[in-house]
Write a protein that binds this ligand. Structure first.
Ligand code: PLP
Length: 400
């Protein structure tokens, strides 16, 4: 290692810091939940958590923990193999079948993360004579996955259906053999749902297929939590769904792709993050299987999540905050300037509210925000306390 290389890296870190973009991690000393505690100078400091993807509050669910415990006893700790060599247990196939049944597809395939699912889905399915048409706000893993495929890339401005149509026409003019439109189901920075009915209509008109990354929806949006395709009534028209076990469905880890049988079969042969990466740990697979079973029946939790969402949303508007409109439990509180979002996050931290500020380059310049996420693990009193803390913090900074 040359000293000049480390100097170079240190200088880059310095730039990240002076730009105010350095991400420091706080250490949590409890299970993930609505009420957590962080380590603070050797002390435990209780916090109300408003930024987990723990939408249904399943991350510390006793039945899921019990299922994972049991799998440790019956199936062991790790697989020490990729799936196709000696890494497929009954629980892996049971989980894949459960995901496929849940989302109304023929079959599903597991990955270590949805990042890997999105990284591995395009390259085996599409070739140089094909076209991928991608929303500009799609998740980083989709952007990377698209880059790894040889297909021709087209990009449309976020949710701009006119531009999507223009791109479809372009792809057609360019002689694309197969066309795939890909979108997030929920745009996670803004918290709104993709216009899937319009996307599916355009797909039909131009003979394209549709893929939805439903990480921020599977488990809590739509009937039985089947996600944005079901929510918007186009479940049967979406060809490929990718999703995560690391958010609503227990929040451990793992990703999946659900689609028609030949697609899944080919991905098992060719998807590189599947072929060259270890199987999910049996305890994670068993816990996730239980999480899906619970999520499907969890109308009570979905109702509570939606009630918390409207209570927080309405309370914040009443308190004078600007929140982005939307229909999901993601509620961005707009502060516009990065420094303001950071100051607010710091003041909220001091008041026992755990949130994260988002600013450029994660969101556009001048669109800095605190992204709050509601959870069924929160109660009315928690929501009211959070709103009061926001108001108090804003007053202390002379904002609202
Ligand atoms: C969280 C997320 C991912 C990544 O999922 P992991 O399972 O954590 O890798 C991919 N796409 C979207 C839209 C996400 O929100």
């Amino acid at each position: 290692m040359t000293a000049s290389f480390l100097d170079h890296i240190t200088a880059t870190l310095g730039t990240i810091r002076t730009d105010g973009l350095y991400k420091a991690e706080r250490e949590i000393v409890t299970p993930q939940s609505g009420h957590i505690a962080i380590a603070d100078g050797g002390q435990r400091r209780p916090m109300l958590n408003l930024c987990a993807n723990n939408y249904l509050g399943l991350a510390d669910h006793p039945e899921i923990i019990a299922a994972a415990h049991q799998a440790l006893d019956t199936d062991g700790f790790g697989m020490a193999s990729v799936r196709f060599i000696c890494g497929t247990q009954t629980v892996h196939r049971a989980l894949e079948r459960s995901i496929a049944d849940y989302l109304g597809k023929d079959d599903a395939i597991l990955f270590a993360a949805c990042f890997d699912a999105n990284g591995g889905v395009f390259e085996p399915l599409l070739e140089a004579e094909d076209a991928i048409i991608s929303d500009s706000l799609n998740h980083a893993s989709i952007i990377d996955g698209v880059r790894l495929s040889k297909a021709k890339r087209y990009r449309y401005a976020n949710s701009d259906m006119d531009e999507l149509e223009t791109r479809l026409k372009e792809a057609e003019k360019d002689g694309a053999r197969f066309k795939l439109i890909v979108t997030d189901g929920v745009f996670s920075m803004d918290g709104y749902v993709a216009n899937l009915p319009a996307i599916c209509d355009l797909a039909s008109r131009y003979g394209a297929m549709v893929m939805v990354d439903d990480c921020h929806a599977t488990g809590h949006l739509g009937p039985e939590g089947k996600g944005t395709p079901a929510l918007t009534g186009v479940g049967h028209r979406v060809d490929i769904v990718t999703g995560t076990l690391g958010k609503t469905l227990g929040g451990a880890m793992g990703g999946f792709i659900a689609a028609a049988q030949p697609i899944i079969d080919l991905l098992r042969q060719r998807a590189r993050p599947y072929l060259f990466s270890n199987s999910l740990a049996p305890a994670v697979a068993a816990g996730s299987l239980k999480a899906i079973e619970i999520a499907r029946k969890a109308d009570d939790r979905r109702l509570k999540l939606m009630r918390n969402t409207s209570r927080f949303r309405e309370g914040m508007v009443k308190a004078g905050f600007e929140v982005l409109p939307g229909e999901t439990p993601i509620i961005p509180v707009m502060l516009h300037e990065a420094s303001r979002a950071q100051d607010m996050a710091r003041e909220l931290d001091r008041r026992g509210i755990y949130v994260a500020g988002f600013f450029f380059p994660v969101v556009p310049k001048g669109r800095a925000r605190i992204r709050t996420q509601m959870s069924a693990a929160l109660d009315d009193a928690d929501i009211d306390r959070a709103i009061d803390a926001f108001s108090d913090a804003a007053r202390s900074l002379g904002i609202v």
